[in-house]
Design a protein around this ligand. Sequence first.
Ligand code: PAJ
Length: 281
Amino acid sequence: MVPVVRASRDFRRACQEARVDGPLALVPTMGFLHDGHGSLIRAGRNLAPTVAVTIFVNPTQFAPNEDLSRYPRDLEGDLRRCEEAGASFVFAPGSPSEIYAPGFQTFVEPGPLAAPLCGGRRPGHFRGVCTVVAKLFALSRADVALFGEKDYQQFLIIRRMAADLDLGTEVIGRPIVREPDGLARSSRNAYLSPEERPRATALWKSILSVRERFRSGERDPAALEALARDTLARAGLRVDYAELRDPNELQPVASPDPSTRLFLAAFLGKTRLIDNAALGE
Ligand code: PAJ
């Protein structure tokens, strides 16, 4: 089975030793791993002889009303998946105090990239994400780190952070892995009831219908966003946002082009689902 370290100091040492053999790739996760995470580990294998996976449900990125306490966990299953995907070792902190020692008080504050979309809906979320990822970069001193475009805004913010703070880790984005019916894989899909699960395809259907309308010549962002919202609402989802943004700075666009991305967040019952895609894919 893939080796597991439980203490920050052991993680630092394992990474230090691994870097003697060549580049180190890092895949940060919150566990309950699925094939989306697996694709990041496999991509890491193609870039570096050593791939370290971290599994930590990071409390600082959850608001008090969010799902920290019920976030799904399955360390045994996760270790199996890490092994299958080719991870070299896993850091699964034995307790949150491995990451946030008593007296911890220093945070990384992202800039304007964290203002719209999920940043606007989840105040403090990306501050918690940046802080934990900066710590994982500092502990591992990884050469590359892999992130999924499932969380496209998160990927941009972390890439910006690594550049702005000279962290020395190259941040690489990887495509979204989907279920056969188009639903983006997510640990949170485990929350969906058997009745809700088929309706969760509304996000993918919304993306497909907006792409289709774009292909037939529609260039009015408001019209495309309205179509996205209607597709979600018709399936009974409560829309959090449905917005077109440019793929680099996440600014609104006057006239969308094929690289413009549609960003979706919607509640299905109590579960918040997100998805995004370029109009021209
Ligand atoms: P988590 O949600 O576990 O995701 C870990 C990584 O897997 C992220 O980079 C995410 O974008 C990627 N991922 C998730 N679902 C994916 C899919 N269907 N296809 C491709 N990649 C996918 O994101 C986090 O954890 C945390 O915020 C973290 C960065 C670990 C900081 O705590």
